[in-house]
Design a protein around this ligand. Structure first.
Ligand code: NAP
Length: 535
């Protein structure tokens, strides 16, 4: 018989570890299952070359412990994966969280028992546990995907997805390397390995608007200041549009009559780095197409200045979406990589991939022979992490059936028919724009308070009312309307990037500000969890 706990947490990433910490703090017995062999989640799996934050390190860190602020010092403004992984270990060790977990335990099934209203979680290797409450800290960009090209498993050389980069690394020196993809992950890989490889072929379907990250070491003086103001920085982030330290300009672009003045601002934000151009710009960036196109024109000029070959520069300038409609990659020397003799760019819109062969990648034009093939082809975002687990609620209802026409949630945290099952980073969450830890902490705090409420009132379970779920789901699907991101339906925001997602692309997130989302949570809880029913 599996051991019974009060709560089971799935995942030992940023939100899973925090859930475990908080639930234990409230006196619940907790057990965790983690597919990786250690803690870290995203920062455990994504160990590809160049992987680092696009949030300023000190805005991404946990905010629940003053001691952590004082003890941990980031070495760079945008820390790299090894440092982030060390941080997650530091937190897990400091708060003694690892002992609650089964590692190397990928969850296969999560089944609800109608008779005793308990959940049973079983890992692929048969390890199992039962609990009243489930918290799925399974992430939003974890279910990695390969393209559905013919022969995708036929390549005789080394194939690797960026989200499964081996711990021992890959020796790319002198090798013929191909990379499929040009999103934020691919950008980090390309700029990092270009100087090392023998030859790099970049297979690009859609160009992206990349902006300089401007990473640099944190000086001793900066560190003193950051430590002294750590809590204020986090408080500030909680008030901003996206949970970053950047604040949208209170003016709309239309209020600034002079193009020179607007252009000077873009230049200033471009120099500032991080997501400044996205989140510190005039406040109509997400609603005013003409303005987004002007920022795109500014960036196209930069690309033309930085890439020597005009034909290559044109390929690297996005033609099907203006700036800001997808999450913009942060870069350093990305465009300059294409000035190297050992780097080529293949435009898949002009010459599509016809198949993967034992020798390499075959397009409509030619075969590219390779030693290593890297897939930086993203994730079945938001839903994949949950749908790849066999989750069954009341009456054996499968989550996959419930979500056959797209996800249905209330506040992104609960699904009708799945009592006491909570998701920390599921669909219908504001993560379109969010600085993840800022959103994750708020969601976990809400879940843990809700569980406290259930126990304090002698209830056994909570789940959304069908009406509230319908209203929230509709609200989320509609939330992208009127925003220019709604025109760019090929991104992971819409799940349209995944061959397994069938039907009409639907907006999978919630397109409001992070601070508004926090207010929604507070209001619902203050109204006795309006839209949820207790038993
Ligand atoms: P992504 O943004 O979804 O990009 C996937 C790339 O693969 C796109 O260029 C896509 O092209 C391409 N692709 C997919 N299927 C393809 C196919 N069949 N043929 C050719 N190309 C194909 O994934 P990602 O780059 O891993 O980034 C996902 C998200 O993770 C980011 O938006 C960001 O939020 C986060 N991230 C953050 C950081 C950081 O700095 N902290 C780093 C990496 C990622 P199309 O655009 O044409 O579909």
């Amino acid at each position: 018989m599996p051991t019974t706990y009060d709560a089971i947490v799935i995942g030992a990433g940023i939100s899973g570890l925090y859930s475990t910490y908080r639930l234990r703090e409230r006196g619940l017995s907790v057990h965790g299952f983690e597919a990786g062999s250690d803690v870290g989640g995203t920062w455990y799996w994504n160990r590809y070359p160049g992987c680092r934050f696009d949030s300023e390190s000190y805005t991404y860190q946990y905010s629940f412990s003053k001691e952590l602020f004082e003890e941990w010092q980031w070495s760079e403004h945008f820390a790299s994966q090894p440092e982030i992984e060390r941080y997650v270990h530091y937190v897990a060790d400091k708060f003694d969280l690892k002992r609650h977990y089964d590692f190397d335990a990928r969850v296969k099934t999560v089944h609800f028992d109608d008779a005793d209203r308990m959940w049973t979680v079983t890992a692929e290797d048969g390890r199992s546990a039962r609990a009243r409450f489930i918290v799925a800290g399974t992430g939003l960009l974890s279910a990695f995907q390969l393209p559905d090209y013919p022969g995708v498993h036929d390549f005789a050389g080394l194939t690797v997805h960026t989200a499964r980069w081996p711990k021992e690394g890959i020796d790319v020196s002198g090798k013929r390397v191909g990379i499929i993809g040009s999103g934020p992950t691919a950008v980090q890989v390309i700029q990092s390995i270009a100087p090392e490889v023998g030859h790099l072929t970049v297979f690009q379907r859609t160009a992206n608007w990349c902006t300089p990250l401007r990473n640099r070491p944190i000086t001793a003086e900066e560190q003193r200041d950051l430590t002294a103001h750590a809590a204020e920085i986090i408080d500030h982030c909680k008030q901003t549009f996206a949970g970053f330290m950047h604040d949208m300009d209170p003016r709309a672009s239309t209020e600034v009559a002079s193009k020179e003045e607007r252009w000077a601002k873009y230049q200033d934000l471009y120099e500032r780095g991080g997501f400044a151009l996205w989140f510190a710009n005039y406040n109509d960036l997400f609603t005013n197409r003409a303005f987004a196109e002007e920022v795109s024109e500014f960036l196209a000029e930069k690309i033309r200045q930085r890439v020597k070959d005009p034909a290559t520069a044109e390929k690297l300038i996005p033609k099907n979406h203006p700036y800001g409609t997808k999450r913009p990659p942060g870069e350093k020397d990305f465009y300059e990589a294409f000035n190297r003799d050992n780097v080529d760019l293949v435009d898949l819109r002009a010459t599509p991939i016809s198949r993967i062969t034992a020798a390499g990648v075959e397009t409509s034009e030619q075969l590219y022979e390779l030693d290593i093939l890297i897939y930086a082809t993203g994730f079945q975002s938001l839903t994949g992490e949950l749908l790849r687990i066999d989750i069954r609620g009341e009456g054996g209802l499968a989550l996959a059936d419930k979500w056959a026409d797209g996800p249905r949630t209330n506040l992104g945290v609960q699904f009708a028919g799945f009592p006491n099952f909570f998701a920390t980073m599921g669909p219908h969450h504001p993560a379109t724009f969010c600085n993840i830890t800022r959103c994750a902490e708020t969601t976990v705090d809400w879940i843990v308070d809700c569980i406290d409420y259930i126990r304090a009132h002698g209830y056994t379970s909570i789940q959304p009312t069908p009406e509230a779920e319908e209203a929230w789901t509709r609200h989320c699907y509609d939330s992208s309307k009127g925003l220019i991101i709604d025109e760019m339906r090929d991104s992971w925001f819409f799940g349209n990037n995944n061959p397994e997602n069938k039907g009409v692309p639907r907006f999978l997130l919630w397109a409001g500000s992070v601070s508004e989302f926090h207010q929604v949570y507070r209001d619902v809880a203050a109204a006795g969890y309006r839209g949820f029913e207790f038993r």
